[in-house]
Design a protein around this ligand. Structure first.
Ligand code: ADP
Ligand code: MG
Ligand code: MG
Length: 250
């Protein structure tokens, strides 16, 4: 069964139609990359999946693990196992990452009728996850993302993902400040989080990212639709030819 099935998705931002009939299917275990020219609607796709205010779905359907995603509010989407890296706040002074993450994890556990973890249990769980990833959890003791480098933010995101154990992780790499180090961290994080029961969708402007990350499928999003799909060799082709053939001369 597919984990995410997007059919004929249409979405507007303001009055402007951005997604114009987008189709995409992800099965568990797969890593997909979405690439495309600037302004194509890549981030709009991510925000529409997240249910962010201001991104209005006007047509089509999204089925997530057999359920209607579009019926759910953003927190339900998270509790059902959707992880959106960019949904996490840019910076929150005074609030430690651990506090933030513990709330998110416990909300999800409550949703599934599981007992909440108390402070000590959470710290143990977090340390275990950090160890699995070969990271330390020091970063999470600092206020959320305050003063983090690009690479640190990405490392932190990987740890958040592994703690929340999402069924689907969507990463929108919009940060124009990502250096090679940060790109490697993203790729490494995605590779570590690959699992037969999880799908990962990486949205990226960076062809370079795919030098480090080997997706199972690559899609080109142009003018609000998926216009081409292929395997990782499509990324190399795009590297060479750019997006010119997908951009209308208008
Ligand atoms: P991409 O991520 O592919 O570069 P976006 O999804 O960010 O593209 O943007 C698609 C289109 O939607 C662009 O024309 C952009 O100007 C417009 N857009 C996106 N977000 C907003 C917003 N918050 N307000 C107004 N227009 C927006
Ligand atoms: Mg853009
Ligand atoms: Mg974008």
């Amino acid at each position: 069964m597919s984990l995410l099935e997007i059919k004929d998705l249409q979405a507007t931002v303001g009055e402007k139609q951005i997604l114009k009939g987008l189709n995409l299917t992800l099965r568990p275990g797969e890593v997909h990359a979405i690439m495309g020219p600037n302004g194509a609607g890549k981030s709009t796709l991510g925000y529409s999946l997240a249910g962010r205010d201001g991104y209005e779905v006007t047509g089509g359907s999204v089925t997530f693990d057999g359920k209607d995603l579009l019926e759910m509010d953003p927190s339900e989407r998270a509790n059902e196992g959707l992880f959106l890296a960019f949904q996490y706040p840019v910076e929150i002074p005074g609030v430690a990452g651990t506090t933030f993450l513990k709330h998110a994890l416990n909300a999800k556990r409550r949703h599934h009728g599981e007992e909440e973890l108390d402070g000590l249990e959470f710290v143990k769980f977090l340390r275990g996850k950090a160890k699995e990833l070969g990271m330390n959890d020091e970063m999470l003791k600092r206020p959320v993302n305050v003063g983090f480098s690009g690479g640190e933010k990405k490392r932190n995101e990987t740890l958040q993902m592994s703690v929340l154990e999402p069924k689907l992780a969507v990463l929108d790499e919009t940060d124009s400040g990502l250096d090679i180090d940060a790109l490697r961290v993203v790729a490494d994080g995605v590779n570590r989080l690959r699992s037969p029961d999880r799908a990962i969708l990486v949205i990226t402007h960076y062809q370079r990212l795919l030098d480090y990350l080997v997706p199972d499928f690559v899609h080109v999003l142009a003018d609000g639709k998926i216009v081409k799909s292929g395997d990782k060799s499509l990324a190399l082709e795009l590297e060479e030819k750019g997006y010119a053939e997908f951009v209308s001369a208008a």
